[in-house]
Design a protein around this ligand. Structure first.
Ligand code: ATP
Length: 216
């Protein structure tokens, strides 16, 4: 499972899902746009638009499955709930992995039922530019003794291990994209062409609302 706000989805997200899918031999990567974030303010742009862009971005990548479960549930979107559903669908014996960029990992100890998340799935931490890994002390203590010796170990048990993975880094964030859009600048090369082509004036207005135009 790879979750995010995806406001909008960008090539950093896409490469993470593709690279890890290939490297770890994953049958599927569920790309799960967050319905209503619980630990940050909700994006102005509607959930159905973020979902649509995720579908456009992942089209033609057979391993990537855009999963709208967090948009179908009411209330705040908790990763725990999504993983519990996936676990029930997969059964107890199938490995399930949660893919997290380092910024998400650094705040992971504040997530709803985070310890239980780590028993429902393996945790895979992915390097992210400008976000050195800095796990909170309680997360570091929890992770001690649970490191997967090799990626193959994640296939031998269904949950409970963690692994850090480096992939070629792309210094792209949705924030930077929104700030470029706010400045009327191009986002070509950062966001899939199909998503760029789909952006309406109203989408750009909502994405850039309260965003400072980039100054660089
Ligand atoms: P924002 O700038 O609005 O915070 P974002 O670019 O961080 O957005 P999210 O939707 O919040 O995107 O991120 C979803 C997941 O993707 C997180 O686990 C995050 O760490 C990871 N991620 C986002 N961009 C990258 C990137 N360039 N490289 C690696 N991981 C990334």
């Amino acid at each position: 499972m790879f979750g995010g706000t995806f406001a909008p989805i960008h090539n950093g997200h896409l490469r993470l899902a593709i690279e890890l899918g290939e490297r770890l031999g994953l049958a599927r990567v569920h790309v799960v746009p967050c319905g209503r974030p619980s630990h940050r303010s909700a994006p102005e742009v509607p959930a159905r638009r973020r979902l649509h862009w995720a579908r456009l971005a992942c089209a033609g990548e057979p391993r990537l499955l855009v999963d709208d479960r967090e948009m179908r549930r009411d209330g705040p979107s908790y990763t725990y709930d999504s993983l519990a559903e996936l676990r029930a669908e997969l059964g107890a014996g199938t490995p399930l992995l949660l893919l997290l960029g380092d910024d998400a990992a650094n705040g992971f100890h504040t997530w709803h039922r985070w310890r239980e998340i780590a028993t429902l799935a393996h945790l895979v931490f992915v390097e992210r530019p400008y976000e050195p890994p800095a796990p909170a002390a309680e997360l570091a203590a929890f992770l001690r003794g649970r490191r997967a010796g090799a990626p193959q170990a994640l296939q031998r048990q269904s949950a409970g291990l963690w692994l850090a993975v480096s992939i070629p880094q792309l210094a792209i964030s949705s924030t930077r994209i929104r700030r470029l859009l706010a400045a009327g600048r191009s986002i070509r090369g950062l966001v899939p062409e199909a998503v760029i082509a789909d952006l309406t004036t109203e989408d750009i207005r909502l994405l850039t609302h309260e965003e400072d135009p980039i100054a660089e």
